[in-house]
Design a protein around this ligand. Structure first.
Ligand SMILES: C[S@@+](CC[C@H](N)C(=O)[O-])C[C@H]1O[C@@H](n2cnc3c(N)ncnc32)[C@H](O)[C@@H]1O
Length: 236
């Protein structure tokens, strides 16, 4: 559950993604009515990829962001890192799976030297990690000076007249889809809980700055329930 901390939380998250891996992509499309594809495309555009960039996708799962990057920049050299082998197994089996280098690892302890990448992206990762600041510091460390880091994730919805509607979607529609399609309502109860407990979009921007990124900004999508954050690794 999202109140777990440290290793217990990491273990819980890894087991949960291991269970839902076969249905993960289908459920994403259904829960977002296909909108996640647009946000992914926008997240990759906001990386400002150069020619033949070295790109790291953190918490890559089944590789959606890797494949979008290869679509936008076929010359990209893409490394996908995740700590759930079952998720990456599905990614490897996808049509462009052989064009990605898949690495098993923890986003808070990256097995890469400093400044190894021209861009770093993560999709729906940050709200799952026990130590957010450690992951942001690692992103900042492995990005070369001037490289962009982008995060796409759900975010606590802002207070507005739409809140009851959003809560209904988060707490009723999503767990029902999870139960029907993945046979796992627990995993899809975790999603709304972890979204509502995640730091506000403004605080995430602040934590990115504290981790060493500059020119930090963000936009909200999906009635304010999804945010795309970006920042630039500092020149030393
Ligand atoms: C919601 S999925 C997102 C997958 C993919 N990025 C996407 O956009 O669909 C979150 C992924 O983050 C991975 N993850 C969570 N915590 C992690 C950590 N500390 N280190 C590496 N991967 C992690 C999970 O295994 C899972 O595959």
């Amino acid at each position: 559950m999202s109140e777990l901390t440290g290793h217990a939380r990491a273990r819980y998250v890894r087991r949960m993604f291991g269970r839902i891996a076969p249905r993960y992509d289908l459920l994403n499309r259904l829960m977002t009515a296909g909108q996640d594809r647009r946000w992914r495309a926008e997240a990759i555009r906001r990386l400002d990829l150069s020619e033949a960039p070295r790109l790291l996708d953190l918490g890559a799962g089944t590789g959606d962001l890797c494949f979008e990057a290869l679509h936008q920049r076929p010359s990209a050299r893409v490394v996908a890192l995740d700590f759930t082998p079952e998720m990456m197994r599905w990614g490897k089996g996808r049509p462009a799976g052989g064009r990605v280098q898949w690495v098993i690892g923890d986003a808070a302890h990256l097995p890469f030297p400093a400044a190894a990448f021209d861009a770093v992206v993560s999709g729906f990762l940050l709200r799952n990690v026990p130590d957010l600041d450690a992951v942001l510091r690692e992103e900042s460390r492995v990005a070369r000076p001037g490289a962009r880091a982008v995060s796409l994730d759900t975010t606590p919805p802002p207070r507005s007249w739409r809140l009851p509607l959003l809560r209904f979607h988060l707490h009723t529609v999503i767990p029902a889809l999870g139960r029907l399609i993945a046979g796992d309502s627990e995993a899809y109860n975790y999603l709304p809980q972890s979204t509502e407990r995640f730091v506000e979009a403004e605080s995430l921007a602040q934590r990115m700055r504290a981790a060493g990124l500059e020119q930090v900004g963000f936009v909200r999508r999906m009635l304010g329930t999804v945010a795309i954050h970006w920042g630039t690794a500092k020149d030393d």
